[in-house]
Design a protein around this ligand. Structure first.
Ligand SMILES: [Zn+2]
Length: 216
């Protein structure tokens, strides 16, 4: 994965969920079907477009240079964000950044263990990686005094392919029950992709990407 940080976007439903303490996905007791239950609007998806609320999210870190720079800017403006990190990037070297994310009041969340498209994985592989990533994120949140809510975002927003014989949400419910004894993994998509992972993108390009999304 070449793009290192930062996908800033409006996060669907996250702040609303936090306020209401309602688990958004996946629904309890529902059997999700590959190739049928997919897309962004099938579920209780909440868009934040035109709500005058903004939730900033950053994907694909922690990165040794870019994540601290992002944290510095957030600190300067007194802003809070959610960091969907790849747990394969967590090491002794990046652990101080994870600690900083949590202790500066941001939400530490999972963007899966690696950044591969999960539609290309077997059920056993997806399950094993999901367990690994959510367990580690929960442990680190507990260790550094972070949120006890677990948030998760699929790499590329990809899941539920009809080519598979399982659906990721069913696995997510199973893992959640095994690891947390409840249906507690909340997952999130996005409204706006700032496209800053494209290279080269100037500040002006990123602003125009935001305007383009808003115009849709
Ligand atoms: Zn990503």
């Amino acid at each position: 994965m070449k793009s290192l940080v930062v996908l800033a976007s409006l996060l669907i439903g996250l702040s609303a969920q936090a306020e209401l303490k309602i688990k958004q996905f996946p629904d309890d007791g529902r059997d999700y079907r590959p190739g049928v239950d997919s897309g962004f609007e099938t579920y209780r998806t909440k868009s934040m477009l035109n709500t005058k609320k903004v939730v900033l999210t950053f994907d694909d870190g922690p990165h040794i240079i870019n994540t601290p720079k992002t944290l510095d800017v957030l600190k300067k403006y007194g802003a809070k964000a959610t960091f969907f990190v790849l747990t394969e990037n967590i090491s002794e070297k990046t652990m101080p950044i994870i600690k900083r994310i949590v202790q500066e009041g941001h939400i530490l969340a999972s963007h899966h263990h690696d950044h591969q498209n999960n539609n290309g994985k077997s059920e056993a592989q997806y399950k094993q990686e999901l367990e690994k990533t959510v367990t580690l994120i929960a442990e680190l949140n507990a260790k550094f005094g972070g949120s006890n809510e677990l948030y998760y975002r699929f790499p590329y927003g990809e899941y539920g392919s009809g080519k598979l014989d399982y659906h990721h949400f069913n696995v997510m419910k199973e893992v959640s029950n095994n690891v947390f004894q409840e249906n507690c993994i909340n997952f999130a998509f996005w409204d706006i992709d700032s496209l800053d992972w494209l290279s080269p993108m100037s500040e002006k390009d990123i602003v125009s990407a935001f305007r383009w999304w808003k115009s849709l």
